[in-house]
Design a protein around this ligand. Structure first.
Ligand code: ATP
Length: 365
């Protein structure tokens, strides 16, 4: 089957008086894709979603759904459905009545409604709950009712605005896996708004990272994580050490940057930089090796340092290592069966050798 675009935004801008909530956003979302809009509070995710739903209209630019320009098409005439964070269930109706509401409005006969309600309840694993009222359900169950109510209309596209935001962490993690499973089995395009990077990485086929109304990067979770294209993305997705330095060598296969006028760091070739230029290097804490013993500065990428802080977090331990007067890096090492205590050589105050592979050094300009 060929690639087919379900939702497209073409140069979409939305202004509220002086505020530019969404700033010239263009993106294409494919049919059946789980696509997330990820970014901090106020970056324009919800406004973007509301324009796809038809609750807001672009100040300029155009939204296309299944190839059709939406113009001022009202929400109910779009082949989309929205699931909100607060569920918006009717408290006086049973679960089954809540789920069937949309079908009843459309005049679908009762027998057909019942059949589809049963099917929707099965889909969200709430068989047998049809006669309860929303307040007799847990938060996670209410969220599933809201999902069933949206899915029963069999929309081409489902829009979800922080749908798991009100749930506690454990339930949220369970629901993330369920949602992903559900999306794969129904094959509907999901457009998912979240500020939670882990949630986006877990569920998405692709992610658009937004900040201040702009889309900074679009890619698969792996692309976004392994090759962030700017400092904001490298910082917002996962964790990064940032090191400022000056380029001293540019070769086809490598770039050398001297950090803090004191130690050289090797990065892969490729970035468009020239000698003398100041750049920022980003290195993930989990890519950094720390070994007991003193490192020789600048030899084979090993830097000598001293452990200043040890933070045990169960699966891993963080080590804050000072490399020079002005530079520290944070390393994240997995705790194997020995636990953190097994690393006597890495205790607070220990002299250590720090290294990471050139391919794990990202040059940001
Ligand atoms: P959050 O995660 O906090 O919901 P968000 O990324 O979804 O944030 P939006 O709700 O899209 O961000 O808001 C983007 C910007 O537009 C914010 O500065 C917000 O204050 C502003 N904004 C959103 N809706 C309106 C409105 N109806 N009137 C005026 N300003 C608005």
């Amino acid at each position: 089957m060929g690639r087919s675009v379900d939702v497209e935004l073409r140069h979409v801008t939305k202004k509220f008086d002086d505020v530019i909530a969404v700033d010239n956003v263009s993106l294409e979302i494919e049919r059946g894709e789980f696509f997330s809009l990820l970014g901090p509070s106020g970056c324009g995710k919800t406004t973007t979603l509301r324009m796809i739903a038809g609750f807001e209209h672009p100040t300029s630019g155009e939204v296309f759904i299944q190839g059709q320009p939406m113009g001022a098409t009202p929400p109910f005439q779009r082949n989309v459905n929205t699931v909100f964070q607060n569920y918006a269930l009717f408290p006086h109706m049973t679960v089954a009545e809540n789920i069937a509401f949309g079908l009843e409005m459309k005049g679908v006969p009762k027998a057909e409604r019942q059949r589809r309600v049963e099917q929707a309840l099965r889909l969200v694993r709430l068989e047998g709950y049809g006669e309860r009222r929303p307040l007799q359900l847990s938060g996670g169950q209410q969220q599933r009712v809201a999902l069933a109510r949206a899915l029963i209309n069999q929309p081409g596209v489902l829009l979800l605005d922080e749908p798991l935001g009100a749930l506690d962490l454990k339930l949220r993690k369970e629901m993330q896996l369920e949602l992903k499973h559900l999306q794969t089995s129904v094959g509907i395009t999901f457009i998912y708004v979240t500020h939670d990077q882990e949630e986006a990485l877990t569920m998405s086929d692709r992610i658009a990272v937004m900040n201040e109304g702009k889309v900074l990067q679009i890619g698969t979770p792996e692309e976004i994580y392994e090759r962030p294209n700017c400092r904001f993305v490298a910082d917002f997705i996962g964790e990064s050490n940032f090191l400022e330095g000056r380029v001293t060598e540019v070769a086809p296969d490598r770039v050398v940057v001297v950090v803090d006028d004191s130690f050289p760091v090797v990065a892969p070739g490729g970035p468009a930089v020239s000698p003398g230029e100041w750049v920022t290097l980003a290195v993930r804490p989990e890519k950094i090796h720390v070994q007991p013993g003193s490192g020789q500065v600048g030899v084979n990428g090993h830097h000598g340092g001293r452990v200043e802080e040890v933070v045990y977090i169960g699966t891993d331990t963080y080590y804050l290592v000072r490399l020079s007067d002005r530079v520290t890096v944070r390393a994240r090492l997995q705790n194997r069966s020995t636990g953190a205590d097994g690393r006597g050589g890495l205790a607070h105050g220990a002299e250590v050798a720090v290294s990471w592979a050139p391919e794990h050094t990202l040059v940001l300009t």
